[in-house]
Ligand binder design. Structure first.
Ligand code: SF4
Length: 353
């Protein structure tokens, strides 16, 4: 795991909100807003992979797109490599695009079927560089080598490739301008299980080779455990827990994280048989109408009175492990009630270990 003690902050997100207005009535007046991302803050250090996890619809993909300014954000600060981009205009953003790129979930949908592989990978070079034809083709070949695509395929079309190869094309295109920061939005979700590990291994290899920094968005907690240095857990538009990978998987502190992790299958059948699964009751509320107080209060097995009234603060429960939950409000005792609850709950999940 990467040592963050001396690492530079490459991405700093503070109070990010992405609300989509809802219009209704004859006059199409705004009657509310879908709070897809609601006051989210996190930091990603240079060379690090931050995993962003949560159920589908929790706002993680919207968050990734907002960070890259693929949307006009509602509120908040986005600093990438020291440059504030939250309110940057299109011309400024165009100048900053080489620094930050995205790998999309569905390689089939994100590649133009009428363009050859060489023109797809070379497109950002046309936009942002003045390379001549031969230099550009050379650069395309270098990128194909980097992602493990045979140079002989340069003039083929996307439909001639498998899903895994198409995702390699998407990764090569994202690398074309030598970015520092890449948002990987569910990059393996559309791929066969047998191919997923290959693509994750490729992303890790490229990170080492080019010093890349990733925001890795996924609902697959096993894969995030493999690739991420730290993990942020999102529920209904908010980050509820951020922690170094080992701490999060060994002793998840937020009740929602504990429920999510209890659903991850164990490779060892004996441990799997002993595991207590936490089944959450009810549905995820609508982000257009989130509950008062804690967002998770309608489903939380440990809900208290205060949870329905006040939004929880964030507490650091172990070094680098931040949790937004009233269970962790400081008491005078050495260990907070929340920490004790987390430890006990985790023990019961891992019973017999
Ligand atoms: Fe559960 Fe309350 Fe903590 Fe929210 S603040 S996660 S409802 S215990």
């Amino acid at each position: 795991m990467l040592d963050m003690s001396d690492a530079r902050k490459l991405v700093e997100i503070r109070g990010l909100k992405m609300h989509f207005p809802i219009f209704s009535g004859l006059l199409r007046r705004q009657s509310g807003a879908v709070k897809a991302v609601d006051d989210v803050s996190f930091t990603i250090y240079e060379g690090e992979t931050l995993g962003l996890v949560g159920e589908s619809g929790c706002g993680k993909s919207t968050c990734g797109r907002a960070v890259l300014r693929l949307y006009d954000v509602t509120e908040g600060s986005i600093r990438i490599d020291g440059v504030e981009i939250a309110q940057a205009d299109p011309a400024q953003l165009r100048g900053l695009r080489p620094t930050m790129q995205m790998v999309f979930q569905d390689p089939q949908a994100s590649l133009n079927p009428r363009m050859t592989l060489a023109s797809i990978i070379g497109e950002p070079l046309d936009e942002h560089t003045k390379l001549g034809k031969a230099e550009k083709l050379n650069r395309v070949y270098e990128l194909m080598d980097a992602v493990g695509l045979n140079r002989a395929f340069a003039h083929r079309y996307p439909h001639e490739f498998s899903g895994g190869q198409r995702q390699r094309i998407g990764i090569a295109r994202a690398l074309a301008l030598q970015p520092k920061f890449i948002v990987c939005d569910e990059p393996i979700a559309a791929l066969d299980v047998s191919i997923q590990a290959q693509v994750v291994n490729l992303l890790e290899k490229l990170q080492d080779e080019f010093g890349l920094t990733y925001l890795f968005i996924s609902h697959d907690l096993s894969m995030v455990r493999h690739i991420a240095d730290r993990v942020a857990v999102m529920y209904l538009g908010k980050i509820v827990e951020t922690a170094p990978r080992e701490a999060l998987y060994a002793a998840p502190a937020h009740p929602y994280t504990r429920a999510l992790l209890s659903a991850v299958p164990e490779p060892d059948p004996r441990r799997e048989a002993r595991k207590d699964r936490i089944i959450l009751k009810g549905d995820v509320p609508s982000p257009a109408n989130p509950p008062k107080g804690c967002n998770f209060c309608t489903r939380c097995p440990e809900v208290m009175e205060i949870c329905r009234e006040a939004e929880p603060d964030t507490f650091e429960v172990t070094p680098g492990q931040f949790v937004a939950c009233h269970l962790y409000a400081q008491t005078n005792s050495e260990q907070t009630a929340g920490q004790a609850a987390a430890t006990e709950a985790h023990k019961s999940i891992q019973q017999g270990d």
